[in-house]
Design a protein around this ligand. Sequence first.
Ligand SMILES: [Zn+2]
Length: 230
Amino acid sequence: MDTTLCFGAGRLPDRSLVLTFDDGPGATVGMGRGPKTVELARYLADEQIEATFFMCGKHVNEHREIPQQVLSLGHRVGNHTWSHRHLPELDDESIRDEMRSTRQVLGDCGVDGPIPFRPPWGEWDARIDAAVRADEGILQEHTANYGWDLDGNDWRCWWDMGSPQECAESYLAVALQQGHGVVLMHDSTADPGTPGEEMRAGNLAVEAVKLLVPMLRAEGFTFVPLSAID
Ligand SMILES: [Zn+2]
């Protein structure tokens, strides 16, 4: 694992985007709001887009079938820690536990080989880096450490029961402004309590992405896998 937090800016051609979805997986029965990771993965596969889903171990543990379904639809699965805590607030061993336990449950669900990692909120510093580098197993089981370049704050729409159109337009504006990069979206929310529960219950990522992908393509954007910035 290359522990340096890496970004897409400067590594991707103009109008190239990498789609990433954090804080899942999740499943919701029926129509309406709520996390729908597999439905999202299926839509993207139909559009020939390879996305990366950075999953939290605690959600994987409750939806053990989803990582394999996401992989079989041609996407990549990454580690986003077990419980989505702020890593700077944790001691070294707790940081390693957050990463190890998530890699373990993903492995139990059939996710093989080294996988990408993304720290919650993109929070990374020299102490966390040293704590992670002290564990040979973690280094072997992960490829690299990924941040993001483009954020349209989808969570704010889901918190406010906002519309998918509003969310898609927010991302389109940021994409047009920045031109290229790794896009951060959320197929669920991993934070407990308020407002995490509200954001998760209000999630309309599938609907927003179904609007956003054609809007971006109409502006000349293309979608490339996360491996494009390795
Ligand atoms: Zn997150």
